[in-house]
Design a binder for this molecule. Sequence first.
Ligand code: MN
Length: 721
Amino acid sequence: MTYEELKIQMDNSGHSYDEKLIGKAYELAREKHEGVFRKTGEPYIEHPLSVASILVDLGMDSTTIAAALMHDLVEDTDVTVEQIEKEFNSEVALLVDGVTKLGMIQFSSLEEEQAENLRKMLLAMSKDVRVMIIKLCDRLHNMRTAEGWKPQKQRDKAKEVMDIYAPIAHRLGMSRIKDELQDISLRILDPIGYEDVAHSISRNGSAKEFVDNVVAEVKAKLDEFGLKDATVFGRVKSVYGVYKKVYILNRDFGDIYDIYAIRIILNNLSECYNALMLVHDMYKPVPSRFKDYISSPKSNGYQSLHTSVIGKDGVPFEIQIRTWDMHYTAEYGIAAHWKYKIGLQGEDNLDSKMAWVRQLLERQQESDDNDEILQGIKSDLVPDDTYVFTPKGDVISLPTGATVIDFAYAIHSAVGNRMIGAKVNGKMVPIDYKINNGEIIEVITGPKDKGPSRDWLNIVVTSEAKNKIRSWFKKERKEENIVEGKAAIDKEMRRNLINIPDDEYDEFMDEVARRQKLNNKEELFAALGYGGLQTSKVMFKVRDVYDRMQKKAQRESKPVVTTTPPRKKVRSVNGVIIEGMGDCLVKFAKCCQPLPGDDIIGFITRGSGVSIHKKSCINAQPENIDEENKNRWIAAYWADDIKEDFKASLEIVALDNGMALADISTALTTMRVPIFSLNAKQTSDKRLAMNVTIGVTNTEHLMSIISKLNKMKTVISITRM
Ligand code: MN
């Protein structure tokens, strides 16, 4: 992708772009990324150019394109947000700043952190959704060029896409972007499954013929009845879409109605319903497969009529009928706001489309349980909705799996709190009944002060219902909560054989409460009682306090005889011995990059091993160590054996892709292997032959270096000389 190509694309887009602004953004990006190359080998500037190109395709505005060209400047170069604000404008600066901040959110498998990260993403998105649109395109281009990453990084990024980015793209209605993100990620995460499904879809040689025939038939029929403007075409479901049904929902390939679909796009609503009648006249509709997403749009704004019909040879397929406006929204989602301004009512409309982000943020502020927040956000991000009706005919949409209780709370908290039963299509159903599309649901209410049941918390699926039930208990049943909560935690403690003497019980519980950031044990019991806190979570703190109590008792009662434990034979890791620790993960701090011979000290990180600093490192100075982390510093020294380096010479043959030499020497440096000499020459067959002499501690060490080098993509062979 070159700037010239981007300009041609903009000229042909039918939109008018601010070439001055975009050109200036390009110039700055080109200058600052000069001389930097991507892992795949091409100049870095190709990346921002490609991201901008995807955004031009989406029809985004000049501000977004300019920001996209500069999206990696603040993170990777000396350009600051202030500079962009001064040289461009505050809007562009805001977008670049937002994308930079999103990029700095490190995904972790820890649920607490994930919930917090998602919250940050939603916040960034609620300020200006274009930040997220740029980020999605950034990630899309990175996934398209994922082969530049090591396999593990490819998988991590693909997982992140599946967990976070694809659901967000889906929630924003950007189905094209979502489909591609999911397909690429699936190919990385399950290459065999991907191939299997992709093959099954395309193998069906007759499928194309079948679809072409139906398209022609439908087109002719619509023509005949005066719908001459109708656009009819066939489409195949995305690989991931089919994969999900076959591999995750365990459906037979042959039972999936919507692998092949026919789309009919028309000028207005009445044409849509007319077309529906015509196709139902041509083919036999599958009962219960008709969905009217025009009168009940999906929560991401998607509108269409869906019906499944049986074709001439008994092959079922789906027909989707929509207007052009609906079509654009279906493909581009929120981005259609910029692409097709016509038909949308400006900012108000965008605001209402983004209202769910604010609701999500507000709702999660009420909850302090991270699991809960994460679940809530995830289920709200993937709105696989079920549509049901009130007796008056109002449509209520709820996530799949929702119960009649969720329905009652979706109407109003007062209805939920007074609920005593429900009728579905006129018949009484159990209180945990799961609702289905199209059902008419009537909630039966009791007296005003009836109130929900605690069991309902385990039945409902929406975070809305959960929160409303909890807040009822929180308000209405304080005393009862305290009793319930105390009983629950006492039982759990007995189960775990934790016995607290009666005279210490109050003090003990107050301490647990304080650690839970509550004022006293009553608050703790109350929170447990109304379900604001989970017993299992509190048990961590209980164990902690109990351990301390045990240790304290031991110290006070019997003098501990200290004996020097026999000194264990310690193994060095990466040439470093950490006092008191055997095998642990050891890495070298980036801030000071200690080398053998330097005086060193270790820092026990949270969850990623020990990080080795120079004793002289600024971060290891007493005045820079905060109280909280004081105990994490630990003595460390270089293993003796590191000094007894011996030299080994290797001949490495690699692909001559221009980066091989740099990659291999970087890899050696990362492994902290000293390089004594390195010669490389190109061979006639486009390969690079390298002679490298390195320092190793022993044979084992040498073998591990060779095996790591062998895993590199560019490396073809390694021979020890
Ligand atoms: Mn980027």
